[in-house]
Write a protein that binds this ligand. Sequence first.
Ligand SMILES: [Ca+2]
Ligand SMILES: [Ca+2]
Length: 509
Amino acid sequence: MKRFPHSVPRSKRSFRSLLAASVAAVLIAALAGAAAAAESRPNVLFIMADDLNNSMGCYDHALVKTPNLDRLAQRGVRFTQAYCQFPLCGPSRNSMLTGLYPNSTGILSNGQIFRQTIPRHKSLPQAFRLAGYFAGRIGKLYHYGVPRSIGTNGHDDPGSWELELNPAGCDRLIEEPDIFSLRPGQFGGTLSWHASPRGDLLHTDGLLASDAEWVLDRCARRNDRPFFLAVGFYRPHTPYVSPKKYFEGYPKERMPLVQGVKEDQRDVPAPALASRHVEQDRMTDDLRRQAIQAYFASITFMDAQVGRVLDALDRLGLADNTIVVFTSDHGYHLGEHGLWQKMSLFEESARVPLIVVAPGVTKPGGVARTPVGLVDLYPTLAGLCGVDAPDNLQGQNLAPILADPSLPGRGWALSQVTRGGAKKTTFGFTLRTSRWRYTEWDEGRRGRELYDHQNDPREQTNLADEPAHADRVAALSTQLRAAAASTLPDSGTIPSVRPGLWLPNLTNP
Ligand SMILES: [Ca+2]
Ligand SMILES: [Ca+2]
């Protein structure tokens, strides 16, 4: 006859109940583990600035104050040699968000979207959305005409998001008549600025940060799905409008002017300087100082708004499980080589800030000095989050470098730009290695440039025609052409923009 439990000696009984309790605990732990596994995929907070070069505190700029981005950099890895693939909003953003070089997106100018060339390609946020993430966008991720399209979806891709927010602030809706411009009435394509009497919260970027706080709060309370939240600030893109107090942090007389431009330009091939604007050549030193002051003020204003978003992430307890990326779509000239704005292949225009904080992967205060590209972000984020990515992505996964910033990775970055009109387009390609920048215009037919960053970080002396560097030029040319060839799709040709596909309708707000 079987013994009843009451006859079991006390010690054994407690052993059995312990065993049962342990089994239950293991089961509960396993179930909880499965649930945790589903929920523990990290969130992504993808923050961009527009037209921001590396004028930031954490990139050792002597004047520009970016305390919030500096503190973000302290939490993770700062890349000192990150480059865009095309120094213009639309081509750069389409490349970054598709994980393909411009030669494979076919987007080589503004006002277009990759759905017009490769409509079936899965974008970065779309991949997250289809993997069960909540994917949202606030502000500018794909191209926008700034400032005209602020308040609209811009040249957006609806398939990328399930939430889009497009705030428009006083900079767009009230103060445009007050903005000074080198070309009166035009604000986006030329230098223009305004010290606003209104406070942060009334400006478009202030509204963006408020919207981000609101969305993050919702994500924190409804944490059944991880999120991919993209926040695209508009500053410091022209017009450089920010509250007056930010201008006061940069006394005009202290703004640095580039000297020796005429001498510098002598060894530069003409296409390298073709992004010049006549009205910018004619600026007085006083106007130059005003422009730089306003650009720097816009950066610090944007930084303050980023700080509000990062504070929300901390306050809501999301920081420990959220990957944060901060970058810009391309760099920016402030008079170097006689150039302003973008569309050049010099360092100031091709280089971007890039900060990545990946909890459990990055360590605080990391600095990666190897060349990387914005095209690398898609495979990196998809890899970190276990999200299925298309097979044809062309960037490298930066996860090993995030874990160990001393690793060399691929070791080069490639950027390109177009010259000439739509009917007679030629390309400039530039290859950046850790030491050298090598550039070819129209496959060398319209000039070459070689700069030694170890001895010439401002790219003042073009060494391409120096006999002493002939072997180096030949080797870099071979490397550049192989890299450029690798940016084409399998068909070998750049996809053309096809009419009849998605064409956003832009209206003023
Ligand atoms: Ca831009
Ligand atoms: Ca020069």
